[in-house]
Design a protein around this ligand. Structure first.
Ligand code: OAD
Length: 237
């Protein structure tokens, strides 16, 4: 297909989901062999799960950390980092992913709306800032403590919790002229609404992934294919 032109006045907002890391070997959530296939969300990704069985929650996220350490950025992550280097502050990346493959590819203007695997924070929400934590814990006893004494929890937005950086995200969507969404099924809110907000603001909206997402009707263009194949060379600046 012909490259999509980006003009000197365009502002690009990008939303990525698990699909962009699939070609790095990290499983998505809702595929038949995905992360949620072997786990009930309410056992590993809710505040209640953390209260009830913190050992299981930490086991799940320790396994995610180990997979992430072993993975490398793929051509899709690298293409976005290159786009950022050309567009500067006309580029903004919001990822639902908790892996750090965007950063390792060179992206800097990004937010992790669902948290970050490489950080932990106070399980009692004492107000202390999240801390860098790459540890893969084998037992609950190994998990570190916050300065207040409470046990650390993964810095992950659980179901029922409010996504991070929403004010900044809303500001960036309001001023974008083009929204590119990559590798997300459109089933988790508020992220699944971003495309509607962008359309209301008059932006062009493009989806990339091997199958149409649930919110496909809100896109002006759907490019079917794997991100690592489609993204490099997709834009002409
Ligand atoms: P899903 O597993 O729901 O969707 C992954 C999407 O990636 C699907 O639409 C696939 O078609 C697509 N996909 C697969 N391989 C791809 C490839 N090579 N290139 C491009 N796309 C590909 O994952 P998310 O939509 O990211 O939240 O899930 C959203 C949230 O639900 C996650 O952030 C997580 C989860 O519960 C939390 O844990 C808070």
């Amino acid at each position: 297909m012909a490259p999509i032109p980006i003009s000197p006045t365009d502002r690009l907002f990008i939303l990525t989901g698990a699909g962009i890391s699939a070609e790095s070997g990290l499983p998505t959530f809702r595929a038949s062999d995905g992360l949620w296939a072997g786990h009930r969300i309410e056992d590993v990704c809710t505040p209640e799960a953390l209260d009830r069985n913190p050992a299981l929650v930490w086991q799940f996220y320790s396994e995610r950390r180990a997979s992430c350490h072993a993975a490398q950025p793929n051509p899709a992550h690298i293409a976005l980092a290159e786009l950022e280097s050309k567009l500067g502050d006309r580029f903004f990346l919001c990822t639902q992913n908790v892996d750090d493959l965007h950063e390792r590819a060179g992206s800097a203007r990004l937010v992790h709306m669902h948290g970050e695997l490489a950080k932990s924070r106070c399980s009692e929400e004492c107000g202390a800032a999240p801390v860098e934590d790459h540890a893969v814990y084998r037992t609950l006893d190994e998990v570190g403590r916050c300065v207040c004494g409470a046990r650390l929890r993964p810095h992950i937005v659980f179901f029922g919790e409010i996504p991070l950086d929403m004010d900044r995200i809303q500001r960036e969507i309001a001023r974008c002229t083009m929204m590119l969404v990559v590798g997300t099924s459109g089933s988790v809110y508020p992220a699944a609404n971003f495309v509607h907000w962008a359309r209301q603001g008059g932006a062009r909206t493009i989806y990339i992934g091997p199958e149409p997402p649930l919110n496909t009707a809100a896109f002006t263009q759907v490019v079917e294919g794997n991100a690592g194949t489609v993204l490099p060379g997709l834009f002409q600046i």
